[in-house]
Design a protein around this ligand. Structure first.
Ligand SMILES: C[S@@+](CC[C@H](N)C(=O)[O-])C[C@H]1O[C@@H](n2cnc3c(N)ncnc32)[C@H](O)[C@@H]1O
Length: 329
């Protein structure tokens, strides 16, 4: 890797592989000092309560039939409290993998993380997101609908959940046919190419942009859709250097791509946000140190005002405002 550089010329300053200002954004711990053990204990108590309150007869009811019909699609745990059942009531319904960010930095086992997912994330998110009362909120990569259901409980006025996977989308629509939240719309779509998505007050996306073909473009797209706040929950390298690494998962015969993941450094992400026009003070970071996990809460309102007053460099302005040119125009 080349060494970072800062060179001063007569009429401009050139920076390579580093931030111009090295200005720190406000940074806080993801979990308040000393509270992670309590959070882990609370999550484990939830798993114990699942077992203690389990009634085998619920596995024969109509809600169980609906969950069973979508077995293997339950990446997220969806609870149906009025029916005493959850998508994890039968382990055969659950999607098991390594557990990712839901292990809370390997403080939960992969199995625990998958049985609870994404409740471990919700434990920190619910304390960090802005008030939702009366707001519109868009979740990109909404999977089985866990977060839209929480946003509805917190009083959001309008909630849109977008997911590109057909069966994930259908599972969320089915879950809401049981839960009955009228202000939620689930859409089966790819946010990178769906031009009909309208801006919302708040845009939330957790562990999605890294899986897209162009994660940096995905961030610009999310910024354009967020009128007030963009909440980006993602794994990043804890490094000030500009780094990006591509990982991918394949079938054992090496023929079929299952997923891709671009892992980027905090330094690259923050410098890129600064290139888009954000000020360091508009990006608030919540870090779980040692876990390569940072939650970014980005105030987008100032940027949109600056765009309107023409402050953004001309080369980037049309891309940043997503000023599409459609065929025939
Ligand atoms: C790792 S899962 C995370 C799900 C959920 N956000 C969570 O935190 O539990 C990524 C989700 O993003 C969705 N996704 C990936 N690329 C997308 C795209 N371009 N448009 C919409 N959804 C996308 C996938 O289908 C998948 O459901």
């Amino acid at each position: 890797m080349r060494e970072p550089l800062l060179l001063e010329f007569d009429n401009y300053v050139y920076v390579q592989g580093r931030d111009l200002m090295d200005e720190e954004s406000p940074t806080h711990p993801l979990f308040a000092e000393g509270t992670l053990p309590e959070v882990v204990a609370e999550l484990r108590a939830k798993l114990r309560a699942d077992q203690e309150s389990f009634r085998p007869e619920v596995l024969n009811g109509p809600v169980a039939q609906g969950i069973r019909a979508r077995a293997g699609q339950w990446f997220q745990r969806i609870d149906f409290p009025a029916h005493g059942i959850s998508t994890t009531s039968d382990r055969a319904w659950v999607y098991f993998d390594e557990g990712g960010v839901n292990t809370l930095g390997k403080n939960l086992t992969s199995e625990e993380a998958c049985l609870l997912r994404p409740l471990p994330k919700w434990m920190y998110l619910q304390k960090r997101i802005p008030p939702l009362e009366g707001k519109s909120i868009l979740e990109v990569g909404s999977s089985n609908g866990f977060f839209p259901f929480r946003f509805a409980e917190l009083g959001a006025k309008k909630i849109t959940g977008i997911d590109v996977q057909k069966y994930k989308h259908e599972s969320a629509v089915w879950a809401n046919s049981i839960l009955g939240w009228k202000m939620i719309e689930f859409r089966h779509s790819d946010f990178l190419v769906d031009l009909s998505i309208v801006p919302h007050d708040i845009v939330f996306s957790s562990e999605v942009i890294n899986h897209t073909l162009c994660p940096l473009w995905a961030i610009a797209r999310l910024v354009s859709l967020a009128k007030e706040t963009l909440i980006l929950d993602t794994g990043v390298f804890e490094s000030k250097k500009h780094e990006m690494e591509l990982s991918s998962g394949w079938s054992r015969d090496r023929e079929k791509l299952y997923f891709l993941s671009f892992h980027i450094s905090d330094g690259l992400l923050c410098s890129y946000l600064r290139i888009l026009g954000f000020r360091a003070s508009e990006i608030v970071k919540y870090e779980q140190r040692g876990a390569d996990h940072t939650l970014y809460i980005i105030d987008t309102s100032g940027l949109h005002q600056r765009q309107d007053s023409g402050e953004i460099v001309e080369d980037l302005r049309r891309s940043l405002t997503m000023e599409w040119t459609l065929p025939g125009h």
